[in-house]
Design a protein around this ligand. Structure first.
Ligand SMILES: Cc1cc2nc3c(=O)[nH]c(=O)nc-3n(C[C@H](O)[C@H](O)[C@H](O)COP(=O)(O)O)c2cc1C
Ligand SMILES: CC(C)CC(=O)C(=O)O
Length: 365
């Protein structure tokens, strides 16, 4: 039976303890960015072509050398064990079953090697830049040995932003769930709650290196031969600098509304970044993807793929690997139908002529 996305969401909310649900669902500051991306995507209208042979539609695509069932990846999210006891191991199984890519957070709650052993699809590893570079180096070595295909450096979080729900809950990762790929020393501060403060926000101030600049990318590129993808780029200027500094891909993202409040939403930034990059590396749209039609809209605006965040956690909380696969397949099936109805039988058939914005819309054409 095909379940609607909101059914997974409702089941997850019912199952998870309140503070965990708030950690998943919440945003930063006034939470203005929780809805901005969705509103932007809703304003984009599809322009279908007719009388095209759509008797066979193929949603498959290649992303940095990996074959995917659709231009769809799971975004990096910390602590999957908050959603399900099997954590990232179940997510890897589910993503593999659906033919999607999984990005594993630096704050994963299962060992990289166990996740890789369970995966049948491609894996990327996400990193925050820590003050202790030897910890990053160790993690990268392990990821390389376990067969991860790329590194994702998150650049929109020199520190974790103030998130009112987590602060009100004094949110801390419960005992029994740990960022097991990081040493206890690095992680100590993320446990132990205090009311009025998020332990994760405190931890990020202690452990993240907020002094890094473009020049530091050279260190990362020396340490590894894996492709480096930057997550959280929102301007053409930064996209150009990223390409100049040798990155292999960009993720246009507002961190799911969890970092800079009052920003321009990721879908609104997409064409600017795509134009700045000029085809020299893949561009991925992240945030507020909730329907297969969003994949079509992103592709029309020039993205090569999209990343899906919270819905994957809803699937995981609902039924482990089957739930993750169910959520991903739902979006892929919806996308395949949109391909047929749009007259776009392959991913390459989507272009800017496939969309329009209402006259008063704020998105660039
Ligand atoms: C619970 C949770 C944990 C997250 N952890 C990370 C993380 O560890 N690293 C990271 O780069 N982004 C993290 N993100 C942001 C996601 O990668 C992604 O940008 C965001 O969830 C996309 O928006 P969506 O949830 O609307 O799809 C997290 C998001 C959530 C909801
Ligand atoms: C552990 C956190 C730093 C993970 C994160 O990026 C987030 O919660 O958005």
């Amino acid at each position: 039976m095909v379940m609607a996305l909101h059914t997974y969401e409702a089941a997850a909310e019912e199952r998870l303890p309140g503070p965990v649900w708030d950690f998943f669902a919440g945003g930063s500051g006034t939470e203005s960015m929780l809805t901005a991306g969705r509103e932007a995507l809703d304003r984009v209208q599809l322009r279908p072509r007719c009388m095209v042979d759509v008797s066979r539609c193929d949603p498959g695509t290649d992303l940095l050398g990996a074959r995917l069932a659709a231009p769809l990846a799971v975004a990096p999210m910390a602590y999957h064990q908050l959603a399900h006891p099997e954590g990232e191991v179940a997510s890897a199984r589910g993503a593999g079953e659906a033919g999607a890519l999984l990005t594993v957070s630096m704050f994963a709650s299962r060992a990289l090697e166990d996740i890789a052993a369970a995966a049948s699809g491609p894996l990327w590893l996400q990193l925050y830049w820590l003050r202790r570079r030897e910890v990053m180096r160790d993690l990268i070595r392990r990821a390389e040995a376990a067969g991860f295909r790329a590194l994702v450096l998150t650049v929109d979080a020199p520190r974790v932003a103030y998130r009112p729900r987590d602060a009100a809950n004094g949110f801390a990762v419960p005992p029994g769930v740990r960022a097991v790929n990081l040493s206890t020393e690095v992680m100590a501060a993320s446990h132990g709650s205090r009311s009025g403060e998020s332990a994760l926000a405190r931890h990020s101030r202690e452990q993240f290196d907020a002094s890094i600049t473009w020049e530091d990318l050279a260190w990362l590129r020396e340490v590894t031969s894996l492709p480096v993808v930057l997550k959280g780029v929102l301007t053409g200027e930064d996209a150009e600098l990223a390409v100049k500094h040798g990155v292999s891909g960009l993720i246009v993202s507002n961190h799911g509304g969890r970092q800079l409040d009052f920003a321009r939403s990721a879908p609104e930034c997409l064409t600017e970044v795509v134009d700045a990059v000029g085809g020299s590396c893949p561009v991925i749209l992240d945030g507020a993807i909730r329907h297969g039609a969003d994949l079509a809209k992103a592709l029309c605006m020039g993205a090569d793929a999209v990343m899906l965040g919270r819905p994957a956690l809803w699937g995981l909380a609902h039924s482990g690997d089957a739930g993750v696969a169910g959520v991903l397949r739902l979006l892929i099936d919806q996308f395949e139908e949109v391909m047929a109805l749009m007259g776009a039988p392959t991913v390459a058939d989507f272009g800017r002529s496939g969309i329009a914005y209402p006259v008063c819309g704020r998105l660039p054409s």
